[in-house]
Design a protein around this ligand. Structure first.
Ligand SMILES: NC(=O)c1ccc[n+]([C@@H]2O[C@H](COP(=O)([O-])OP(=O)(O)OC[C@H]3O[C@@H](n4cnc5c(N)ncnc54)[C@H](OP(=O)(O)O)[C@@H]3O)[C@@H](O)[C@H]2O)c1
Length: 255
């Protein structure tokens, strides 16, 4: 079985590669970072095929799809993992940065989903979108564009889940909370409170793999994140917004 992972060179992506290969899946790993791709190729040998791509360029995505067709490589599981965010006030965020976030988190994810969904209709397959608990919030001050893109991913994935009932396609929404990777605002020393709820990429990958085996739809790694997900629904939006703003300001002051 072949698993295609975008964002394979990042923290969560690399842990996903590890767990899928340990369970005998072949991985097609996508990213821009050539050094990381080479390391992955050396580490996993014939179990992995690494492909350099910038998801902000549609022509590169089209060439990749053509590459798969030419090589007759079938994808059984798609994991849309690539994602970027900002950590700044909207007034300081350039339009170029805004566009990159939307291109990566929304357009590329949707293009990959559209391409593989249509090819999975006959023989079946699984599409896993990596969103974030951020996508369940009413907004995310200082990460306004990122939170909005993850709301899109959640809404889109919920819709596909409903549309895919009684088909051969399984849809999974992975919504991690803060996870220790190179992601915006995450590369920092943790205090004792943060250690309680910040997950490791390995925990996220393990939760996803177990959920995939158990055929779950919504996977939220970490007990505290699950509790926060349910308790968020009870709190007024204005309180949540000011709470999120304080957390992001604190992260920004550490950068
Ligand atoms: N870390 C967190 O706290 C957290 C929490 C919730 C959800 N998430 C989500 O988890 C996913 C993985 O994030 P991570 O934490 O593992 O972050 P990360 O370590 O920064 O990894 C991001 C990945 O996205 C790829 N990527 C970014 N822009 C790209 C582009 N234009 N073209 C191709 N690939 C691109 C990167 O590849 P290259 O650098 O090689 O291009 C890298 O593999 C994201 O969707 C993120 O939103 C993260």
């Amino acid at each position: 079985m072949n698993v295609l992972i975008t964002g394979a060179t990042g923290g969560i992506g690399k842990s996903l590669i590890d767990i899928f290969i340990k369970n005998n899946y072949h991985v097609i790993a996508l990213g821009r970072n050539v050094d990381e791709l080479k390391k992955l190729q050396n580490k996993y040998g014939h179990m992995i095929l690494c492909y350099k791509i910038n998801l902000n360029y549609e022509d590169e995505i089209d060439s990749f799809f053509q590459f798969l067709e030419d090589k007759k490589i079938k994808i059984h599981i798609l994991i849309n993992g690539a994602g970027i965010g900002e950590l700044d006030f909207f007034k300081n965020t350039s339009y170029q940065k805004i566009k990159k976030i939307i291109d990566t988190n929304i357009l590329a994810l949707t293009k990959f989903t559209s391409y593989f969904y249509k090819r999975m209709i006959k023989k079946g397959g699984t599409i896993i979108n990596i969103s974030s608990t951020a996508g369940f919030q009413c907004g995310g001050p200082l990460m306004a564009i990122y939170y909005a893109t993850k709301s899109y991913v959640n809404s889109f994935t919920y819709s596909l889940y409903e549309e895919s009932k009684n088909t051969k396609i399984s849809i999974i929404l992975l919504a991690p909370g803060p996870t220790l990777t190179n992601f915006a605002g995450m590369s920092q020393n943790l205090n004792s409170l943060e250690k309680l709820y910040i997950t490791s990429p390995k925990e996220v990958a393990t939760a996803l793999f177990n959920g995939f085996i158990k055929k779950k739809f919504l996977i939220i790694p970490g007990k505290i994140n699950k509790i926060l997900y349910y308790s968020n629904k009870l709190l007024p939006s204005k309180i949540m917004l000011s709470f999120i703003k304080k957390i992001q300001e604190k992260k920004m002051s550490k950068e």
